[in-house]
Design a protein around this ligand. Structure first.
Ligand SMILES: NC(=O)c1ccc[n+]([C@@H]2O[C@H](COP(=O)([O-])OP(=O)(O)OC[C@H]3O[C@@H](n4cnc5c(N)ncnc54)[C@H](OP(=O)(O)O)[C@@H]3O)[C@@H](O)[C@H]2O)c1
Length: 288
């Protein structure tokens, strides 16, 4: 039995669907019971639980052999650094309480030992904790998700403008979350001996100007970027509902990304999905 965290999300959803397509027995972890029937209809077993509930998670892991581990993004209304480490610790404790033969951990480009830099820090803690369990481990370090622009689809549809904290001409490695999920599913079913860290980005790098072009093509209208200067990042996050700690942490993370203060992989794996395809697919899902 494989078990998949975050199955109702972008990456975990792809992981679970690919495993089911291969005829493998799969348990999906959901925390909203109303999603149960959709996954049961696909042939999955369902465990409805909150990852904060270590006992329930341990019990679910005890019925599985292999696990895809995704730390849910914390609400930015809370201190994300604290909250995301709480869930990391719960997931790692649950792995320790079970006898899994292999785990695949969802991580990020730029994961680093820093207590206040958004998921770059919490996912570093996740990687380290997973390594210390001694369970054979694959880490998937993914570039900036193209899904970070899904919100821009509706903003740009209405106004023709979307905000970007990344400078307009900043070339960023980005990846479609479904390509990340494909990789994670492949690693989960691969032999136990196949372990290590795998970095993945998309077929090419993109600037926010490229995002505007892709949105324009998908929405069939002119779209422009509203570049938020660094001096306004904190204010921007605060105005979008972030608490002061989360705003500071995300601003630090954004700075690390823009300033390139991390080891960029030289020979990453490359997902096939380009930005325009990713945004088009999302636009068609949202219009259903
Ligand atoms: N954004 C980026 O650029 C980027 C880059 C690299 C890595 N990452 C990492 O990738 C992961 C996010 O992946 P994603 O985009 O696929 O996530 P997502 O679409 O936001 O999905 C999150 C999943 O976690 C579930 N979840 C939320 N809170 C939960 C809880 N308390 N207990 C159990 N399940 C819970 C959600 O369920 P509901 O649908 O019911 O809420 C959903 O299935 C994070 O670890 C993030 O740090 C992000």
């Amino acid at each position: 039995m494989d078990i998949v965290l975050g199955a109702s999300g972008h990456v975990g959803g792809t992981v679970a669907r690919r495993l089911l397509e291969q005829g493998r027995p799969v348990t999906v972890v959901l925390h909203r019971p109303e999603q149960d029937s959709e996954w049961s209809a696909r042939g999955a077993s369902v465990a409805v639980l909150d990852v904060h509930d270590t006992a329930a998670l341990t019990a679910a892991f005890c019925k599985a052999r292999r696990a895809f581990l995704l730390n849910p993004p914390a609400s930015p209304t809370l201190d994300v650094d604290h909250e995301e480490r709480r869930t990391v610790h719960s997931i790692i404790e649950a792995v320790r309480g079970a006898s899994l033969e292999k785990i695949v951990v969802q991580s990020t480009y730029g994961a680093q030992d820093n207590p206040h830099c958004g998921d770059l820090g919490s996912l570093y803690t996740f990687e380290q904790g997973a390594r210390e369990t001694g369970v054979p481990l694959c880490v998937v370090r993914a570039a900036y998700f193209m899904s970070n622009w899904y919100g821009a689809l509706s903003t740009a549809r209405q106004s023709g403008v979307f905000p970007s904290l990344l400078p307009k001409d900043f070339k960023a490695p980005m990846v479609a979350p479904q390509d990340v999920g494909e990789l994670a599913a492949r690693l989960l079913v691969a032999p136990v001996e196949e372990t290590g860290t795998y970095s993945i980005e998309g077929p090419e790098t993109y600037t926010p100007e490229d995002v505007a072009t892709a949105l324009g093509a998908v929405l069939e209208r002119d779209v422009t970027v509203d570049e938020i200067p660094r001096s306004q990042w904190l204010k921007f996050y605060r105005s979008h509902g972030f608490c002061p700690e989360a705003a500071q942490s995300y601003a630090t993370m954004t700075g690390i990304f823009v300033d390139g203060l991390y080891d960029r992989p030289r020979t990453p794996l490359r997902g096939a999905t380009d930005l325009q395809t990713c945004l088009r697919d999302q636009a068609s899902i949202s219009s259903r």
